[in-house]
Design a protein around this ligand. Structure first.
Ligand SMILES: Nc1ncnc2c1ncn2[C@@H]1O[C@H](COP(=O)(O)OP(=O)(O)OP(=O)(O)O)[C@@H](O)[C@H]1O
Length: 304
């Protein structure tokens, strides 16, 4: 982390965030402070609450309790449409929200308005030029003039990434951006994100972009990302305390079956990748003997 980032303003701040759904506590005690210019990885097992957190960062979901501040705006207090265009989001659910008949180039350029769908807007030559530049960087310039529904999953993912970058977002959020990509596509995206972070850091850090990347695979951590938030489950004692305070989750599903409710997810580590990604922490998180490898500035982990 560069020294300047220490004093930079906060871009994402969660304080004691809890989120409940159908009386089940999905995440609790979530605290994180992401400063301008920092590049973060969000990592944790399936179903732990990563997408839930990311949806809040993208102003698509509000906490049940606690506070979330994004780019200086408190969720629930400031109209999200007044600043959503400053947030670039690439996620599978957003990729599925494109109009099936839309031209991928329009799907990308429409990010300058902060909404999905062309809505009969006119865009400038300069904006189209930028969209084509991004398409060329991600090897999808041949998709211009096609229709979204004809794209493969990998092509759709690349369109989503271009779209997220289109409006030069102050906060770039990527939720598993390499899903569905072949090996070449994955490396292209990982390298492009590395370049994005490196070039951004090399520029004046007072105007640098902040990035948050959710990934399941350590191989997909771009080199110049520096921070990690690792999610795990709260222990039984804290879970019992939460249940005592706000009531136990439903024990029966709607169709009468008994349901098992895992303990709420929470952030168990924030800090540098080197400190966070240890054999001990990952082995305990996934309940198996794991070995972490860090070579040539890339990460990987294997069961022993
Ligand atoms: N609409 C919903 N209604 C009820 N429960 C939900 C809903 N959306 C998510 N959940 C539950 O919330 C928990 C956290 O989900 P979330 O998608 O945030 O996890 P995740 O860490 O992103 O998972 P993954 O790694 O599998 O993508 C899961 O147990 C999920 O089943």
């Amino acid at each position: 982390m560069s020294e300047e980032h220490m004093s930079n303003p906060s871009i994402v701040t969660f304080r004691d965030v809890m989120f409940r759904r159908q009386r089940r506590t999905i995440i609790a005690d979530v605290n994180i402070d992401i400063k301008q210019g920092e590049k973060w990885i969000i990592f944790g097992p399936n179903g732990i609450g990563k997408s839930t957190m990311i949806s809040m960062m993208a102003t698509r979901l509000f906490p049940s309790s606690g506070t979330v501040d994004i780019l200086g705006n408190r969720l629930g207090k400031v109209n999200v449409f007044s600043y959503r265009q400053k947030i670039g989001l690439a996620s599978n659910s957003l990729n599925r929200a494109f109009d099936p008949l839309e031209d991928p180039q329009d799907a990308i350029v429409s990010a300058v308005n902060g909404h999905v769908g062309n809505w009969h807007n006119e865009y400038t030559q300069e904006q189209y030029r930028k969209a084509r530049e991004l398409m060329s960087r991600y090897d999808i310039e041949y998709l211009a003039g096609k229709q979204m529904y004809k794209l493969s999953e990998g092509e759709r993912t690349r369109v989503g990434i271009c779209r997220a970058l289109m409006a030069d977002p102050e906060l770039l959020i990527l939720d598993e951006p390499t899903t569905g990509l072949d090996l070449g596509g994955r490396e292209l995206v990982v390298d492009a994100l590395h370049e994005f972070a490196r070039l951004d850091d090399a520029q004046n850090s007072s105007v640098s972009q902040t990035a948050v990347l959710v990934t399941h695979r350590l191989e997909e951590i771009p080199q110049s990302f520096t921070h990690i938030a690792i999610l795990g489950r709260l222990d039984d004692q804290r879970t019992a305390q939460i249940n005592a305070e706000i009531g136990k989750p439903e024990q029966m599903s709607a169709d009468g079956y008994e349901t098992f409710n895992p303990n709420p997810g929470s952030i168990i580590f924030t800090g540098s990748l080197e400190e966070g990604l240890t054999d001990e922490r990952l082995s305990s998180l996934f309940d198996m003997d794991l070995h972490v490898v860090h070579e040539n500035n890339r990460w990987a982990a294997f069961a022993r």
